[in-house]
Design a protein around this ligand. Structure first.
Ligand SMILES: Nc1ncnc2c1ncn2[C@@H]1O[C@H](COP(=O)(O)OP(=O)(O)OP(=O)(O)O)[C@@H](O)[C@H]1O
Ligand SMILES: [Mg+2]
Length: 614
């Protein structure tokens, strides 16, 4: 019995520790120096305001006594004092509100700044294996809830605490016994809060998880709205989301259970408060009745005891808000606290802006400790060479692209840039030399010009006036005719929704080309172009490579890589293992040579009806 009571207490203390820990995290992460300044000033003004307010019942009581004793001079003096202190409380309150507003504005800004900064610092979108944790919905929700905690708990909570402490201190000073009774009521209230906090925290976590899953699903449906509608699934999806919501709401220990359970407990606390207040009023009333307390003391204690109880009730509301918000904040915190996906070694070197050679030395890689998707892969992208990487779907081509850009490090083997292990190179200096054209265009809302110049610094952008920009991008067929009603200032819409697939691809290619990189990584980037545009874009790309840049072309269609210098054929690691052959099926410096040694290449060539000339 005693042991289970101690265990229960320990659990509750743990729950409080977690809440405290998250609040401190928010405070230290999101309240900057300026915010703290406003915060402290607000508190000083709040204390002053409360003091002025709390003195009012005393004036009222004393004023009444002057009426009874017909002391006109004192009655007027008290009246003037009451008006003066009330005026001061208005002025102090106004100053407190000003600082509170400044604090809120500042903390929202800091909150946004930190989230944005950490997102890119930790390259959260590129933690390939933590997708569930890093989904947009958990970040958005965590952000919104952190803001709420910041306002409700840290801010309102501190304000409530100040009022409570000031009122309580005056009460103890004036009537110690009344103070003691109130203290006991407060203890009951705090114990109750600890209990409820722990209850809700443990039960709300799984609900929160389910809710996040629903939001994630909804976001995905909105993003893929075309697929939903073209399959006639609109209504069915609404129903399905309703169903999931209903389950979350109504199951045992679901949303309703938890919050109704919480609400059903609140009358207990309210009654404890009522008993406490009643005892204080009775005690001071009794004293007044017997002449050991004045009427003014009675009125003051009566109103202060009421004020303490109001603050206790406010605390309960804040505590509910905390219990409601903390799980989402916890989740966002886990995401933001993820380590950087790759970290520069302490002695990492800066790569000079020079031509590059990339070598894979027996590189193996897998995801989440599963089977290797790359098995001892060796290949070279020579200096100034364009290399075609050919292979069936799932062979690991995009994995190679990710490894080159160091989204992650290989589990085995080495990747060398100009003979230096990639892990010993400052990532930023390597990224500066690469232009990557992903398979799926990543167009951003804004103008055509914004998208074309995206990869350049503000200074570099200055060098691209409209004439030069047109001359350059026209080669990549970024002249979409009448579609560009405002020329380079034409809006492209969110995710480039106002562009066709091929137009978006051409913008991406031109945008990468403008960067004047040393290594181009081109992942199936011309797949949506018609034959004529494709040929033009290919010409422009090869012209670009004439500067000595290297390139890695990934292609399913052989026609797009006929002009490459070298060819690497990759097969699936599992198949290679089964056949007992290396995963890199063939390396050759001409398609003709390749057709001699690579069955995969011959199969593809045959399927495309391509005859390889000797
Ligand atoms: N984030 C990931 N987590 C787990 N497995 C992954 C992940 N990304 C890729 N894989 C798996 O690794 C293998 C190689 O994938 P990869 O994307 O590199 O293939 P690919 O050669 O680019 O294929 P495609 O031609 O279809 O684009 C596949 O079996 C794929 O399912
Ligand atoms: Mg791929």
């Amino acid at each position: 019995m005693i042991k289970s009571f101690i265990d229960a207490c320990n659990n509750q203390i743990d729950g409080i520790k977690v809440t405290y820990d998250h609040m401190m995290w928010i405070w230290f992460s999101f309240v900057d120096k300026e915010g703290k300044h406003y915060f402290y000033r607000t508190n000083v003004w709040t204390i002053a305001t409360e003091l002025m307010k709390l003195i009012q019942p005393w004036f009222l009581g004393y004023g009444l006594m002057t009426f009874v004793s017909h002391d006109a001079v004192m009655a007027h003096a008290v009246f003037v004092m009451a008006i003066a202190t009330m005026s001061l409380s208005i002025i102090f309150g106004w100053r407190a509100s000003q600082n509170r507003e400044l604090f809120i504005g500042q903390s929202v800004r800091t909150l946004d700044h930190i989230i944005n900064k950490r997102f890119f610092e930790k390259e959260l979108g590129l933690h390939i294996e933590e997708n569930e944790l890093l989904c947009q919905s958990s970040m958005e929700k965590g952000r919104e809830r952190a803001e709420k905690i910041n306002h409700a708990a840290i801010f309102m909570g501190v304000e409530t605490a100040i009022t409570l402490v000031v009122t309580f201190t005056i009460l103890v000073f004036l009537k110690p016994v009344a103070g003691l009774i109130i203290l006991m009521t407060l203890i009951v209230s705090v114990l109750f809060s600890l209990y409820m906090n722990n209850e809700v925290m443990t039960k709300a976590d799984p609900i929160e998880k389910e809710y996040r899953a629903i939001v994630r699903r909804r976001n995905e449906l909105w993003h893929n709205v075309e697929r939903v509608l073209s399959n006639g699934k609109g209504e069915a999806e609404v129903k399905d989301l309703d169903r999931r919501f209903d389950i979350m709401l109504n199951r045992e220990d679901g949303d309703r259970d938890v919050w109704l359970g919480y609400i059903n407990h609140t009358p207990t606390r309210e009654f404890a408060n009522l008993v406490g207040t009643a005892a204080v009023v009775y005690y001071v009333g009794w004293q007044t009745f017997h002449g050991t307390a004045t009427q003014s003391e009675f009125l003051s204690v009566y109103s202060w005891a009421g004020a303490v109880m109001i603050q206790v009730r406010l605390f309960a509301r804040i505590e509910r808000e905390l219990a409601f918000c903390i799980p989402a904040v916890k989740r966002m915190r886990q995401a933001l606290d993820l380590p950087k996906r790759v970290v520069d070694a302490p002695d990492a070197i800066e790569l000079p802006d020079d031509l590059v050679e990339v070598t894979f030395e027996s590189v193996s890689h897998n995801y989440k400790g599963g089977n290797n998707v790359l098995e001892k892969v060796s290949m070279t992208i020579g200096r100034g060479k364009s290399v075609a990487l050919i292979g069936p779907s799932g062979a690991g081509k995009s994995t190679i692209v990710r490894l080159i850009q160091r989204y992650m490090d290989p589990v085995d083997g080495r990747i060398l840039v100009n003979g230096i292990d990639l892990r010993k190179i400052k990532l930023a200096s390597w990224q500066r030399l690469i232009a990557y054209i992903p398979q799926k265009p990543q167009i951003m809302d804004g103008t055509l010009r914004d998208n074309l110049l995206y990869g350049l610094s503000a200074d570099e952008k200055m060098a691209w006036d409209d004439e030069r920009l047109w001359a350059f991008v026209r080669r990549f067929r970024v002249d979409f005719g009448s579609r560009l009603n405002k020329g380079l200032d034409t809006q492209v819409g969110k995710h480039g929704v106002e562009l066709s697939g091929g137009e978006a691809q051409r913008v991406m290619i031109a945008s990468a080309a403008i960067r004047n990189a040393r290594l181009y990584i081109i992942d199936e980037a011309t797949s949506s172009l018609d034959a004529e545009s494709q040929a033009a874009v290919q010409d422009a790309l090869y012209e670009l490579l004439a500067s000595g840049a290297s390139a890695l072309f990934i292609a399913h269609r052989l026609s797009t890589i006929s002009r490459c210098d070298d060819f690497v054929v990759l097969q699936q690691a599992a198949l290679a293992k089964q056949l007992g052959v290396p995963q890199v099926e063939a390396v050759a410096s001409s398609q003709h040579q390749l057709s001699d040694i690579s069955p995969t290449f011959r199969r593809l060539a045959e399927l495309e009806g391509i005859t390889v000339a000797a």
